[in-house]
Design a protein. Structure first.
Length: 254
């Protein structure tokens, strides 16, 4: 940090640690939004703590807070295009939210709506973390892993449009066009105005047309080999067989 001393009526500033100070200021600026979000979440948790029928105990609140921090850090890393690090944070957050779900204990109370709303919030966060991790894996071109991660999200919520679209993209980039179409069709049914899904469907249709052309070309090449009359082909085969028989006989005689 900057260190100043008072000598002979003036302040003398020590710049020895100036670079470290600049680094500290930059880091604070970088993570200020995360700190603000976390403080908001902590305030929310504090309000829950004062709720008579809250179902979150101290351990669950700690997990929720840690998972939220990991998720927000993942968002920041993704914006910086550090996809591998972002994926790691999203998985860490998802794991903690999963643990929170396992620790969740419903208590019989008069205010069941509070418990349901808390449970729904955790559910939405679990889906978001897995789905965001899948987006990172798509950017890293790890399509198998992206499909598996999307599957985890869809086990929690099988009508999550973004995740269906992301799994469709992973399938499409692996050449699994039929599976991709099924996911895109489900996603567009959920949100008919989704521009990204429409864009992916256009790409898929182009790939489907290209695949049809390739099949036609391959079929044409295969049929061209049959252009020789069958009688002539049969004669050639018999001739080759006769030569082979003669060669076999020759070696046997020898």
């Amino acid at each position: 940090m900057l260190i100043s001393t008072f000598h002979n009526g003036i302040y003398i500033i020590d710049l020895t640690h100036f670079d470290l100070t600049i680094f500290f200021v930059q880091m604070c600026a970088r993570y200020a939004p995360i700190k603000e979000i976390c403080e908001t979440k902590e305030a929310s948790l504090s309000r829950r703590e004062n709720t008579p029928h809250s179902t979150m105990n101290a351990e669950q609140k700690s997990l929720f807070s840690q998972a939220t921090i990991c998720k927000e850090l993942g968002n920041t890393l993704f914006q910086e295009k550090k996809y591998k690090d972002a994926a790691s944070q999203f998985i860490k957050a998802a794991t903690q939210f999963d643990m929170l779900k396992l620790l969740w204990k419903y208590e019989k109370s008069e205010n069941q709506e509070v418990e349901k709303s808390e449970d729904q919030e955790v559910k939405n966060l679990r889906v978001a973390c897995y789905s965001n991790c899948a987006q990172c894996l798509l950017a890293l071109k790890e399509y198998d892993s992206a499909v598996n991660t999307c599957n985890e999200a869809l086990r929690i919520n099988d009508v999550h449009g973004k995740t269906l679209c992301r799994r469709g993209i992973a399938y499409m980039r692996q050449g699994l066009l039929e599976l991709a179409r099924k996911d895109f069709e489900k996603a567009i049914l959920l949100d008919s105005n989704n521009a990204n899904v429409k864009k992916q469907i256009i790409k898929l249709e182009k790939l489907e047309k290209k695949k049809v052309v390739e099949v036609i070309d391959a079929t044409s090449m295969a049929t061209s080999s049959l252009s020789v009359p069958l009688d002539e082909k049969r004669r050639l085969e018999l001739s080759k067989q006769q030569v082979a028989d003669q060669e076999t006989a020759y070696f046997e005689l020898v």
